[in-house]
Write a protein that binds this ligand. Structure first.
Ligand code: S3P
Length: 434
């Protein structure tokens, strides 16, 4: 069993907030300074497409903890229509957030553009972005299968929209909001199941909550967005891997500093505490509209099995489900998940990816269209097992944590893929290993 102790001060900056800070900067009038911007490949893809569409981007690197760079990004724009027609397809690599959220902006620009990605992104569903943008008047073309390439013939006089989100997706909500900022009139987005709310917070949008948990977001059209600075807090989705490492390790204690504790992002904390995990939050405070604080976690032998079956809870832990399921399987031998069909549309089909690997590791699993179950029986493999990563950073990191914490002979089919969101993942784990 691994023993992990120490303080983490160099967690990656939050991926969702980094994307939005750059995109909102590109829509703002003036110079947007973003401190602690993520060096992860996905966020670098957002900077790349903005540059290719004519936005001024300067990135400076200074050395941070463990020798990993911390970045400052300066975005210069003249407001909502500062983009120029790109002379080549815009390459989003592995980043679904880049492709989907930038599509909302491009739909309101008076030129043609095309968004493409790596082999994983080219398989992910894009009809969910084409539907609202077509209703707003943009011409969107997808492949026969409803995937990228996304070809956009944008319109400057894009129409306002009243839109009910058909899937709980912060990316879809954000792309509709970004398009609606250009419309001549007010738009409203109704969110039946709450998803992360960084876009609303960062743009200062009005929100109306109803008693049944639904939220309406109001987007005024054609209002100048003055440039303002953003500071990106540490990524709670990255913190979750270290939390699991300490919980599963023996005699471990880790404190992770300055993590974004936005309630729409840290659903994994109440889920784990409900199973008996020793986690406490310290030093919480509000900075730039986001709650930030430190997460203290101690090893918890005898963690109860996790059962996740509520749609709102699922939406609040959607990126943490790979780690939570692998943790629960190793800690308690059991896990159960329902209403998580969205998990099949991520960087890989994560339900399948987790089940394939847990089965290789001897767990008995049952798969459903919207989830899976690990059934408390295990035939431990005798030799070394390779975890198949399916080009998916969160699958790789979930099984890497299991390997380091339990000491079992698990190797990864790919390790570089962690750089999509957590370039210093292995360095931080090494630094915590006693
Ligand atoms: C994200 C929203 C989620 C999440 C993704 C980042 C965002 O995707 O899985 O990693 O920054 O808005 P969906 O909006 O597709 O659920």
């Amino acid at each position: 069993m691994g023993v992990f102790k120490g303080e983490v001060t160099a967690l990656p900056p939050d991926k969702s907030i980094s994307h939005r800070a750059a995109l909102i900067g590109s829509l703002s009038e003036g110079v947007t300074e973003i401190t602690n911007f993520s060096a992860g490949f996905d966020n670098q893809s957002t900077l790349g497409v903005l540059r290719d569409a004519g936005i001024g981007i300067i990135q400076e690197e200074v050395e941070g903890a463990y020798g990993f760079p911390v970045r400052k990004v300066i975005v210069t724009s003249r407001g909502l229509w500062s983009f120029t027609a790109p002379d080549k397809p815009l390459m989003c690599n592995n980043s679904g957030s880049t492709m989907r959220m930038f599509a909302g902006i491009l739909a309101a620009q008076p030129f043609e553009s095309e968004l493409v990605g790596d082999s994983s992104l080219m398989k992910r569903p894009m009809k969910r972005i084409a539907d609202p943008l077509r209703r707003m008047g943009a011409d969107i073309e997808l492949s026969q299968a409803g995937t990228a390439p996304v070809r956009i013939r944008g319109v400057k006089d894009i129409s306002p929209i009243d839109y009910v989100l058909p899937v709980p997706s912060a990316q879809v909500k954000s792309l509709v909001a970004f398009a609606a900022l250009h419309a001549d009139g007010e738009s409203r987005i109704l969110e039946p199941v709450r998803s992360r709310d960084h876009t609303e917070l960062m743009l200062g949008l009005e929100t109306i909550d109803s008693p049944d948990g639904q939220r309406t977001i109001v987007i005024p059209g054609r209002k100048t967005i003055p440039a303002r600075p953003f500071h990106v807090p540490s990524d709670p989705s990255a913190a979750c891997f270290l939390v699991a490492l300490a919980l599963l390790g023996s005699g471990s204690e880790i404190i992770i500093r300055d993590v974004c504790l936005n309630p729409t992002r840290v659903g994994f904390i109440p889920v784990l505490k409900g199973a008996g995990a020793h986690i406490t939050i310290e030093n919480s405070r509000i900075i730039g509209g986001e709650c930030i604080g430190d997460i203290l976690v101690r090893s918890t032998p005898g963690l109860n099995p996790l059962v996740i079956s509520d749609r709102t809870v699922v939406a609040g832990v959607i990126d943490e489900l790979p780690m939570l399921s692998v943790l629960s399987a190793f800690a308690s031998g059991e896990f159960e998940l329902h209403h998580a069909e969205e998990l099949r549309t991520k960087e890989s089909d994560r339900i399948n990816a987790i089940v394939v690997n847990l089965e290789r590791l001897g767990f008995d699993c049952e798969q459903y269209p919207d989830g899976f179950r690990v059934i408390g029986r295990r035939r431990r493999p005798s030799g070394r097992v390779t975890a198949e990563c399916f080009d998916d950073h969160r699958i790789a990191m979930s099984f890497a944590v299991a390997a380091r914490a339990t000491g079992e002979a698990i190797e990864l089919s790919q390790s570089d893929v962690v750089g999509v969101s957590f370039p210093n993942f292995f360095a931080i784990i090494d630094s915590l290993t006693v």
